[in-house]
Design a protein. Structure first.
Length: 133
């Protein structure tokens, strides 16, 4: 287990799983059978492949919206750590619906990627679900 200080300054009660995401596509299912924070840490090498003109796509099933416990700390949530990709806020991301899935992308000069959250509604994704640069 990795504590929240190791993955950033977000107010998480605990972090049980950190998945590093590099320059390969991925499709991950997280069943959240126990309360925990799962952080997908997108690394800067993801941009290396994208700089060649390829748009990388990562798909996550079982995404959990941020929930706050009785003292206001986030628990049992999925966090998308896009800090290494140069993303500073939700305003840097484009969110679109495609059927039952939410597509999050940044198609700016430096970043060419798409994160697909299977079965997630747009109102389920809030700032606490992200770690920004």
């Amino acid at each position: 287990a990795t504590d929240a200080a190791a993955v950033g300054a977000n107010p998480f009660t605990q972090t049980d799983v950190v998945v590093k995401v590099g320059n390969v596509g991925m499709d991950v299912t997280d069943d959240h059978s126990v309360a925990r924070i799962t952080t997908f840490q997108f690394t800067s090498d993801a941009l290396d492949e994208a700089s060649l003109g390829e748009v990388l796509q990562w798909k996550i099933s079982g995404f959990q919206a941020a929930h706050k416990d009785a003292v206001g700390l986030v628990d049992n949530a999925t966090v998308l750590d896009v800090s290494a990709l140069g993303i500073h806020s939700l305003a840097d991301l484009v969110q679109t619906r495609d059927g039952a899935d939410l597509h999050i992308s940044a198609m700016n000069e430096a970043s060419h990627f798409e994160i697909v959250l299977a079965g997630v509604q747009q109102d389920q994704v809030v700032a606490e679900n992200f770690k920004f640069a």
